[in-house]
Write a protein that binds this ligand. Structure first.
Ligand code: THU
Length: 142
């Protein structure tokens, strides 16, 4: 199904609300995400930082882990909002996790002027490593 920018206003608004819950005392960079399932549910997430910085988790991964652990596995789109004046693209780790667990969904970014940009996951992470790679190993003779 082809979605238009206007279809994602509500999803982006949910991401904006989720941003209010961000725990980002170190970077002060607050991010909210809202993940839309194919059956119309929305799972939100915010970034959650840690005193051991490397254990920080992005808003996108919080949203998708919440969704999967609640029983939803089929997704249509994810919206992301931050206080960045421009669009905030996902980090490399989130590109991998989203493309592996959600497939070629729409990645929806809203900037500070509430303008929307939509990019497909395969454009953000072409030639991705997925489970198909794990299941096609050759059994070589010793
Ligand atoms: N962050 C996200 O939550 N999502 C993104 O797409 C970019 C980065 C968070 C991680 C960290 O808490 C802060 O933004 C600064 O990197």
């Amino acid at each position: 199904m082809e979605f238009m920018k206007k279809d994602y206003q509500g999803l982006a608004e949910a991401a904006r609300q989720a941003k209010l819950l961000a725990y980002a005392p170190f970077s002060k960079f607050r991010v909210g995400a809202a993940l839309l399932t194919k059956d119309g549910k929305i799972f939100t997430g915010c970034n959650i930082e840690n005193s051991s910085y490397g254990l920080t988790i992005c808003a996108e991964r919080v949203a998708i882990f919440k969704a999967i652990s609640s029983g939803s596995t089929q997704f249509a789109a994810i919206a992301v909002v931050s206080d960045d004046r421009g669009y905030t693209p996902p980090c490399g780790a989130c590109r991998q996790v989203l493309s592996d667990l959600a497939g070629n969904i729409d990645f929806v970014m809203m900037d500070a002027r509430k303008r929307i940009k939509i990019i497909k996951l395969t454009s953000l992470l072409p030639f991705a490593f997925t489970k198909k790679n794990l299941f096609r190993t050759l059994k070589l003779k010793k």
